[in-house]
Design a protein. Sequence first.
Length: 311
Amino acid sequence: MEIRWLEDFIALAKTRHFSRAADEQNVTQPTFSRRIKLLEEEMRVTLIDRNTLPLSLTPAGEVFLQSAELITRQLKDTKERCQEIKQEEESQVRFVTTQTLFLSFYKEVIEPFCKDIEMDLDINMKSSSWLGIDFVNSLVDQKCDIMLCYWHPAINFIRAIDDEQYEHIVIAEETLIPCSATDDSGEPKFTLPGAKRKQIPYIGYYENSFLQPVIHHHLQRQREVPQLQTISENYHSVSIKAMVKEGYGIGWIPKRLMQDTLNYGKVALAGEENWNIPLEIRLYRSKLNQNPNLTQFWEALKDKVRSSGPL
């Protein structure tokens, strides 16, 4: 049974005339009459008394009319609700970022900003376990609206969105700092650049992470060659931070993530300032994305950065 048959029957019950009901349903009378007949065959009962003038409903037709009106009304309400849900979903701003930025930046900066402008982001927590290229692919494939990430010229996979279709806002500066656990006297257990005869145990990032190419690029440009022996690799700065705190070696960790631990004195900088690596924290979006809430969020953020500088 087709829904339009129910609508046809309701129109016929209202007009009590095949020709006028057909006009109301925007079909020819033969087509309309055929659909009413198909409806009766489906119900296996006569719904229309064609011997009266004007037409009348049979007792079965009267009962069927009540159900037809209820079903079509419920369907209309359901369609409207589904469209509302669709519009709500389309207006949501889908947000992705790395685990480190979730922990060290989102709660402190992005979330308070969203409260100020009374907007909720649709947070994809699964993104906290993604690889670097996954974030770029998510933006390119329109599976997210905004991507919060680190930026450095050595991060090659971000170049895929360095074209006219995408735009970004530099919303903060960050620094990767080399850290080491401290000894009993409060001094770092390991210090750069280390010695060939006694290399420094190094806890690094996997190659396809955001930060490994950045560190590699920076170390290659130092006058002194760092004497490092890689003992472990990780995707997330939190894992490296935990191993550094336990004294397993040195690792480069975003300063925002490490600041509280440094203040406690159990971890210290493992090198002079030349071993620090500057980064940018950026938000990316597609210019083709017409989500009105995204536009509102983006313009509000640009105004805030323009007026007060990086957050």
